[in-house]
Ligand binder design. Structure first.
Ligand code: ARG
Ligand code: ZN
Length: 412
């Protein structure tokens, strides 16, 4: 009797992921105690439902199932079994290689630089006569996976590649290939992506060991939030990386959803553009004056965001954003369209720096969870591809009509 009591008290709470049991770290004991209503030591989906999904999302929906599975992975650090049905970094590389083999005249694989662990930041350049100088065309960059755990944002660029290169003779694609120069980057954060697939599905940042914090103190912390690290190196734009009143090394005055603590998920890094992944992308975009548009894929929320993100103030390009965004929204049948700051204010995000350099851009938050059931990949990536095609068409037309802002590298 006494023994039994002892055993039940030393019990560790568990969750099951695909029928495999995983222990919850003891720091979640209080929470688990509350949630485990049938007192069997395992948190069932039905016991997690109210806590994770609230009362609006059904447990039977993909969204409900996916969010609960993600939450269990988050609590336990277990890998999300959905990983096997998403492209790994290597498989993504093979898709790009195959596109080049199948369509050598319109697709070329280009490395924009290396990640902290030495992986390539691959871009697939897609345009007619891809091996010639095509810099007279409207350049558009599409980036996926700044954030490691946002797996659908790797699939959506691959879908866009397929939608354009597999059907190059449609009238729409002929025009896109003739008049635009696409740079499609499925994985902006390759190290983080692989870490999230294999080690800790909830990982968001890159994987650079920081060495020191912003005060020069030694730290074992790893990683910077790449979508808090954007700065173009121009003093007059420093405020979008670090708004006034937010001092380095001090977390008490941190600007919304952006942190100076290297252990936080939203750590902005030691200085703007400190991260090799961000630097590779920005150097490329800012040195090519034909780059007129950027789409940055994130998840989740089914929303299309336009600058600014660090302030409620409107960008001078707001009318263009509303017009183009409406076209993109129509193409997705159902995404919302709003100013970035409406989601939450943040600094150092890709959107504001691009806008300030005369590059129109949207952040697309796709889907209803980070690592959704792979069955939803075709529908979600298909909708995002449609929205992206609408963006490409708008940039082409408006560049022709001289309606776009001037890229900062254009000589006056
Ligand atoms: N989920 C994205 C992030 O946190 C959204 C950023 C959009 N920009 C913004 N300022 N809210 O990086
Ligand atoms: Zn994101």
């Amino acid at each position: 009797m006494l023994i039994l009591v002892n055993i039940s008290h030393s019990s560790q709470f568990k969750v099951k992921i695909h029928d495999k049991a995983f222990d919850l770290p003891s720091k979640f004991n209080d929470l688990s105690e509350k949630l485990d209503t049938n007192k069997d030591g395992t948190l069932q989906n039905s016991e997690l439902k109210a806590h994770v999904l609230g009362d609006k999302i059904s447990l039977d929906s993909f969204e409900g199932q996916d969010r609960i599975q993600e939450y269990k992975c988050k609590l336990t650090g277990a890998p999300n079994p959905n990983a096997k049905d998403y492209h790994s970094f290597e498989q993504m590389e093979k898709v790009l290689d195959q596109a080049v083999l199948d369509h050598p005249d319109i697709a070329k694989k280009v490395s924009l630089g290396k990640s902290a662990e030495g992986r390539d930041i691959w871009a697939l350049k897609v345009t007619g006569d891809v091996h010639t100088d095509t810099s007279h065309k409207s350049g558009i960059v599409v980036t996926g996976c700044h954030h490691a755990r946002e797996w659908m944002t790797v699939e959506a660029p691959l879908q866009l590649i397929h939608d354009i290169t597999d059907n190059p003779d449609s009238p729409e694609n002929q025009r896109r290939l003739a008049e635009s120069e696409l740079w499609i980057v499925p994985v902006a954060n390759p190290d983080g992506y692989e870490f999230s697939r294999n080690e800790n599905s909830w990982w968001r940042k890159n994987r650079r060991p920081l060495g020191v914090d912003q005060s020069g103190e030694k730290t074992s912390a790893i990683g910077v939030d790449l979508n808090r690290n954007y700065w173009d190196g121009k003093d007059e734009h420093l405020f979008v990386y670090r708004p006034a009143g937010d001092t380095p090394g001090n977390t008490r005055d941190d600007f919304s959803a952006t942190s100076d603590n290297p252990r936080r998920d939203t750590y902005r890094g030691p200085f703007g553009g400190s991260e090799p992944e961000v630097k590779a992308l920005l150097d490329f975009e800012l040195s090519h004056s034909n780059i007129k548009g950027v789409l940055d894929y994130h998840s989740y929320g089914d929303v299309i965001l336009y600058p600014y993100g660090h302030t409620r103030k409107e960008s001078p390009n707001t009318e263009l954003y509303r017009e183009i965004g409406t076209k993109m929204q129509e193409a997705t049948s159902g995404f919302r369209l709003e100013q970035s700051v409406g989601l939450y204010p943040a600094s150092g995000t890709s959107d504001d720096t691009h806008d300030l350099n005369g590059i129109l851009n949207f952040t697309i938050e796709m889907g209803r969870s980070f690592q959704p059931n792979p069955k939803t990949i075709p529908v979600t990536s298909g909708r995002v591809s449609k929205a992206s095609q609408a963006f490409i068409d708008e940039i082409i037309a408006r560049d022709d009509a001289g309606e776009l802002p001037k890229h900062s590298a254009e000589v006056a």
